[in-house]
Design a binder for this molecule. Structure first.
Ligand code: ADP
Ligand code: MG
Ligand code: ZN
Length: 478
């Protein structure tokens, strides 16, 4: 029988605010346990939450970037449950009236474009973290009260690849907006996948399982593939799917039942009496809209139109905002977009990856400034150095941070374009290889490459290859 998977994703994105959502504690990752806490985020009696305005701004910007409607009034709700990482006994979230509704994320898989609809985006506070250590369990409240966006998709996704494309696109948008760093290993971008299967052609939704604990895009894709196969197998054997929460085990590459799924009514949601309904004026939305950066799709299209780049180049260069910025700064210094694109996509990104550097380093600490890269491509373009010598120059730029012209001058790497010097080298090579010259003249054309190689060697690779070719042809013909 032919089955189709139905997938809806819930993403939790930690916001890059300085402070937490309802208190002044730092929201930074990585401090010693419980260093970033106060009576409010520890849930002590008598405290009152004060909303961080920046959180609302970030939610609006994320909503606008994904084509949501921004609610003029939204409501804070208490989601009640007991767990040691939640000291108040409830999480402040949004339920019935979230700040953003509707919207969509455009994805492309194997050349096919699709729009995945969003149900909602709401704001909430993160919980603390339980740390299990043998017999002991410890709890760290640093993360408690760190602001989150929860982004919920409609069950529009059909394959693991579409889920991966959706997540990469969503993360890219949030990174461009600079509202979330998108680090999945550190848990600042987390995804739960709701998965069901049904007979192809059926319009009704099957019973879903919710899968958690994936900490990379690859893990999400694998977990979805595994869960689809498991459900199809059960259905084919006449068994029912139970609504439950399952955990992805990355070592055994399987999902395991964790608990039966709680329903919304289990949480006893009600409006938080400590917080007024949130009102967002049209002026505020307009101000946020006006300050939005260019988003990935628009930037990619512009790279094709304005810099006349192949779509593939535009895709690679705009995958990250900092790489795109680096590239455009270089183009401003030397307007040869395709020449610069080749270098950025090739040597720059390769070296960054080889050294396992965060790609953010391209901008922040990368020793080769965009202006220096541009100056180097300019030296190639005006025939001062060959493409081959440029590789050497580039390596030294990475090592020293020096300007390319300084490296070329200090080491005498300038290309030899002077006909006299090249001609002399050619004469010497031909004189030393009289037998090969005779063979060439008798019709062994392949030897031409040999002569070029010898001349390049004689000039330490500095002879202009086009000039060498031209002069060699004349000499050998004569
Ligand atoms: P909860 O908050 O309890 O997890 P929601 O109704 O908010 O439940 O749904 C969460 C996610 O599950 C959404 O992304 C939604 O699209 C998806 N979803 C709902 N029903 C199904 C289903 N039958 N199959 C797959 N995904 C589903
Ligand atoms: Mg859920
Ligand atoms: Zn606090």
């Amino acid at each position: 029988m032919d089955y189709e998977a139905v997938i809806g994703l819930e993403v939790h994105a930690e916001l890059r605010t300085e402070s937490k959502i309802f208190c002044g504690c730092s929201a930074k990752f990585g401090a010693a346990p419980n260093e970033h806490t106060c009576p409010l985020c520890l849930g002590l009696p008598g405290v009152l939450p004060v909303l961080n305005r920046r959180v609302v701004e970030y939610a609006i910007t994320a909503g606008l970037a994904t084509h949501c409607a921004i609610a003029p009034t939204s409501v804070w709700a208490r989601k009640n449950y007991f767990y040691p990482d939640l000291p108040k006994g409830y999480q402040i979230s949004q339920y019935e009236l979230p700040i953003c509704t509707g919207g969509r994320i455009d994805i492309e898989v194997d050349g096919a474009a699709r729009a995945i609809r969003l149900t909602r985006i709401h704001m909430e506070e993160d919980t603390g973290k339980n740390i299990h250590d043998g017999e002991t369990s410890l709890v760290d409240y640093n993360r408690c009260g760190v602001p989150l966006l929860e982004i919920v998709s409609e069950p529009d996704i059909r394959t693991a690849a579409e889920a991966g494309a959706y997540l990469r696109k969503l993360r890219q948008i949030l990174q461009y907006l600079q509202v979330c760093d998108g680090n999945m290993e550190e848990g600042s971008f987390r995804c739960d996948a709701n998965i069901s299967v049904r007979r192809r052609g059926s319009e009704t939704l099957g019973t879903r399982a919710e899968v958690k604990n994936m900490n990379s895009f690859r893990a999400v894709e694998k977990a979805i593939e595994h869960e689809i196969a498991r459900q199809v197998d059960r259905v084919e054997h006449g068994e029912r799917i139970v609504q439950e929460t399952r955990l992805w085990d990355p070592d055994r590459e399987e999902t395991r039942s964790m608990r039966s799924k709680e329903s919304a009514h289990d949480y006893r949601y009600f409006p938080d009496p400590d917080l007024l309904p949130l009102t967002v004026s049209r002026e505020w939305v307009a101000a946020v809209q006006a300050a939005m950066p260019e988003l990935p799709d628009a930037r990619r299209a512009r790279f094709v139109a304005e810099h006349v780049l192949p779509p593939y180049d535009a895709e690679v260069l705009t995958a990250r905002q900092d790489v795109a910025d680096y590239f455009e700064a270089a183009v401003r210094a030397h307007p040869n977009p395709k020449g610069l694109s080749n270098w950025v996509m090739g040597d720059v990104l390769r070296l960054v990856r080889e050294r396992k550097l965060d790609e953010a380093l391209v901008i922040r600490d990368w020793p080769v400034s965009p202006q220096h890269l541009a100056a180097m491509v300019a030296l190639i373009d005006d025939d001062t150095i060959s493409g081959k010598i440029a590789k050497t120059v580039f390596e030294q730029m990475v090592a020293s941070g020096d300007a390319p012209a300084a490296i070329v001058a200090a080491q005498g790497l300038s290309q030899v374009t002077d006909s006299g010097a090249i001609d002399a080298a050619i004469a010497a090579v031909l004189a030393a290889n009289g037998d090969k010259v005779a063979e060439y003249r008798a019709g062994k054309d392949k030897l031409f490459g040999f002569f070029v190689g010898q001349v390049m060697q004689a000039t330490q690779g500095k002879a202009n290859p086009a000039k060498v070719n031209e002069l060699l042809k004349t000499r050998l013909a004569g």
